[in-house]
Design a protein around this ligand. Structure first.
Ligand code: ADP
Length: 431
């Protein structure tokens, strides 16, 4: 009997121990399950925040290109349509997909779509691809279509035994634009650098030529035998002196422009009087050409007073006139001005050689010279362009090669507006 009781108690204890052990195990399992749930929840949260914050569209697609999950609506804040399953092109608003009744994949151009072809190939190879560069024509909500440059990547996978793919679409339009602008800026800087080196080489040559002539003919002047010889040598010295002065003035103007210290002195300018002075100056500059070139002045009869920088205005017209005289062999040079929508329109028209069509667009750039055999620095027009711009106007040229050119610029009537933009120093302005 005692044995029986003892055995019974032992069994009871054993059952109790087993029960406690089982209880512990289930508790541990419950804890594990709880932890796993927690971990799942946090990884889902992490996944969601990545999807919402990443700078790319992420699309989970099936074998028919249908998007089952995406962050597209989170990023674009576009309305998520109920129940309708979109294909890749429909979702991204590809213009071809939206133009076809059947949507993405049914437009005749879809067979040439690089993204579709790459995805198809990746499904077949069960592989992946990265950074496929493709241009998409995207239609916005207003119906406007714009080119969008993208990097597309894809990774094949199976989910619940079904084939699928994760697609990442990066919009790199802005990046590409910035890259293009950077390249342009670099090219411009390199060109400027090359031009400067060429300018320096050119300058030393250009300065040496008149300087040598001045030095050489001054020495010859001392030993000139006749009055005629003296006059001839003096003329050469004078003309080279003028050239040297112009060259140095151009270089100084250019360096002031670069440093932003070119001064403008504003006053009331009688435009008709100024044009008359310019006409006289042009006649003087014609020299021997006076016999074959007529100078015509076209100015309105009524007085016109302009508040501007007289010297800079004269500098621009004089540059146009000097060029017109230089590049015209016969015919006429007309200088004038008239009222226009922007204020006043000044022009110098010649019947000279004109400028080839492919050069016209570059003629206001520094150091550009079409006729290399003619004297010049290639700086005058770029200085004119900058002066006119600072005075608030526009500048341009119309030219027909072999027939002549019209160089023009406009100035606003209210020079005051421009004046206020600079810093005034005792009536002078550094614009
Ligand atoms: P420069 O005359 O000292 O060379 P500019 O900047 O004034 O410098 O002119 C640049 C170039 O533009 C000239 O070398 C010439 O090839 C061209 N050009 C300017 N004006 C005329 C014109 N009226 N007719 C033809 N070509 C012109």
């Amino acid at each position: 009997m005692t044995i029986l009781i003892l055995t019974g108690m032992l069994v009871l204890v054993g059952v109790l121990v087993l029960y406690v052990l089982e209880l512990g195990r289930s508790r541990r399992l419950l804890l594990k399950a709880g932890n796993a749930k927690k971990a799942l929840r946090s990884s889902e949260e992490l996944f969601r925040s990545i999807m919402q914050n990443v700078h790319a569209f992420i699309l989970l697609i099936d074998r028919n290109f249908i998007v089952s999950r995406t962050n597209y609506y989170d990023i674009t804040k576009a309305h998520r349509p109920e129940g309708r399953l979109a294909r890749v092109g429909d979702l991204l608003r590809c213009n071809n997909a939206l133009s076809a009744v059947g949507g993405c994949g049914t437009h005749e151009l879809c067979k040439d779509c690089p993204i579709r072809n790459k995805i198809e190939e990746t499904f077949q190879n069960k592989s992946s691809f990265t950074d496929l560069e493709a241009v998409l024509n995207i239609r916005d909500r207003r119906g406007d279509v714009a080119e969008c440059e993208t990097y597309v990547s894809g990774e094949y996978m199976t989910i619940d035994d079904k084939e699928g793919m994760v697609i990442t679409v990066h919009d790199i339009t802005r990046l590409k634009r910035a890259e293009g602008e950077l390249l342009k800026a670099r090219e411009k800087a390199e060109n400027a650098d090359r031009s400067k080196s060429a300018f320096l080489a050119n300058m030393s040559h250009e300065i040496r030529t008149p300087l040598n002539a001045i030095v050489g003919f001054s020495e010859l002047l001392a030993s000139a035998g006749t009055e005629e010889e003296k006059t001839q040598f003096l003329e050469i010295v004078h003309s080279n002196n003028d050239m040297l002065q112009q060259l140095i003035a151009d270089i100084l103007d250019l360096s002031k422009i670069e440093a932003g210290t070119l001064e403008f002195t504003f006053s009331e300018v009688d435009v008709n009087q100024l044009m008359s002075d310019m006409e006289q100056l042009s006649r003087m500059r014609l020299g021997e050409k006076a016999a074959v070139i007529q100078v015509i002045r076209e100015t309105p009869p009524e007085d016109c007073i302009l508040y501007t920088d007289r010297n800079r205005l004269m500098q621009v017209i004089a540059n146009f006139m000097t060029n017109a005289v230089k590049f015209t062999d016969e015919g006429s040079i007309t200088l004038g001005y008239k009222a226009c929508a922007d204020g006043l329109y000044f022009y110098v028209k010649d019947t000279g050689g004109g400028i080839p069509a492919d050069k016209v667009g570059h003629i206001f750039e520094r150091f550009v010279r079409v006729e290399q055999h003619k004297k010049g620095t290639g700086l005058g027009l770029s200085i004119c362009e900058m002066i006119v711009r600072k005075l608030g106007g526009k500048i341009g040229v119309e030219s027909e090669y072999g027939k002549g050119s019209t160089f023009w610029f406009t100035l606003p009537l209210n020079g005051q507006t421009t004046r206020k933009q600079g810093t005034e120093i005792e009536g002078k302005t550094n614009l």
